[in-house]
Design a protein around this ligand. Sequence first.
Ligand SMILES: [Cu+2]
Length: 260
Amino acid sequence: MQRLSGSTGQAGRTRRHPRTFAAMVVAGLALFGATTAFDRAAEAGRITGRVAVTGAARFEGTPPAGDPIDFGGDDYCAGAHANARVLKRTVVTGPVGGLQDVVIYIRNAPAAPGAPPATPVVLDQQGCLYAPHVVALRARQTLLVRNSDETLHNVHVRAKANREFNIGQPIRGIESRRSFERAEVGISVTCDVHGWMSGAIAVFDHDWFAVTREDGGFSLDGVPAGTYTIEAWHETLGTQSQQVTVGAGGDAEVTFRFGS
Ligand SMILES: [Cu+2]
């Protein structure tokens, strides 16, 4: 813009119509910036704003206690939990019944046009357990698998819509990077060395997904106004869905109630 207005070849015309010329440039930039699908839809009145869909997953009733893990087959793993009784359980609840490790997502979302985040999502192995137990990421986003233990793990990712893989990680601090091409919820992760180890991965082709926190809460941010099916997936309690209409006027709230 600076080069155009300062150009000697255009100087006469620029001097004669400076405001018209500037307006044309601004209009051109505005048109250029309005080329995304979202902006076209907003102009057509189909989308009027973006909101957050927040809420929580809850477990009603008495959660299953879980069985104590026998780390006896591996001295390192047993030593990492020498003074603790660790339970194998997938239903993990907070003090007010908030259900952790539920994957919440928009089912009928348009595929994201942008690139996936450059930041990797980390799946660590700490004390012969996956940390976190459930991870979610975008398709083609990097999954960084780390071994923080002084023992051999192998990370067996039993994807179905994506390529299955199995990585041996014999050394503490070793990191492996993988990614998934397609959306897939509920990919099982296990270690063939330690039978108690299990986790799950969810992959999405859009940005509107979350894993519930320790208190069961979640937030899907920047959701365009519209009517959506919000799904909640839990490793052992199954999948629930709710239809939600969100408008430009405010955020929407959803609660999913699971029970035994
Ligand atoms: Cu292992």
